[in-house]
Design a protein around this ligand. Structure first.
Ligand code: GDP
Length: 205
């Protein structure tokens, strides 16, 4: 797998326009987003690529080559323990700016929501899922840090997650690499999924 860091976008105008499919990773801070992208790409992410005091919009990683090239997009984490309302609002602004490009048809954009396998059904995750479903077609759901659960806990947690989110959940671990092949399959499927386009206008006669 060829993977490379492309850029850190500070605003929507820095985002690519080349039409390469993008798969965005969304999740609460500390959910394991950087670790998962590291594990998928073999890259060591520069976690502090943004200047202090400035929240980046997104870090972009190019994976694959030629017609199978995709961009993995690392969006800022939400649900900050500190930072309160201001941080929450900044997250929303950034994320909305990113996903507003879906409507502009600049590129096929899809998303994966990462949730911590140990905390099924958090209110902020539910809200993020409902929102994501309203902006992209068929977002995917991934349960991180699955290695932290014993067999019985794992079954219970996955059952609860699938019930709360009413969708299938892929368990993964950045530590044991469990689920990473399946996640690549999902990423490739998502990259080939087009979002609903506005109905074409009928030509005038
Ligand atoms: P981010 O804020 O979402 O980017 O989260 P990080 O990738 O920085 O991970 C947060 C913490 O969870 C770190 O201490 C990681 O070592 C740990 N972590 C991340 N993924 C896993 C995993 O799959 N298994 C285990 N056991 N720990 C993980």
């Amino acid at each position: 797998m060829i993977a490379e860091f492309v850029s850190s976008a500070a605003s929507a105008s820095d985002l690519p326009r080349g039409g390469v499919p993008e798969v965005a990773f969304v999740g609460r801070s500390n959910v394991g987003k950087s670790s998962l992208i590291n594990a998928l790409t073999g890259l060591r992410l520069a976690r502090t690529s943004a200047k202090p005091g400035k929240t980046r919009l997104a870090n972009l990683y190019r994976v694959g080559r030629g017609p199978t090239t995709r961009l993995l997009v690392d969006l800022p984490g939400f649900g900050y323990a500190r930072g309160g309302q201001a941080a929450a609002e900044e997250f929303e602004l950034l994320t909305h700016a990113y996903f507003s490009r879906v409507a502009e048809e600049q590129a096929p954009i899809s998303a994966i929501l990462l949730v911590d396998a140990r905390h099924p059904g958090l209110e902020s995750d539910r809200r993020a899922w409902a929102w994501l479903q309203s902006v992209v077609r068929a977002p995917a759901l991934v349960a991180t840090k699955i290695d932290k659960l014993a067999h019985g806990e794992r079954i219970r947690a996955l059952r609860e997650l699938e019930s709360v989110f009413a969708d299938s959940v892929l368990p993964v671990s950045a530590v044991t690499a469990e689920g990473l092949d399946e996640l690549w399959t999902q990423i490739n499927r998502l990259a080939n999924t087009r979002n609903p386009q506005p109905a074409p206008r009928l030509p005038r006669r």
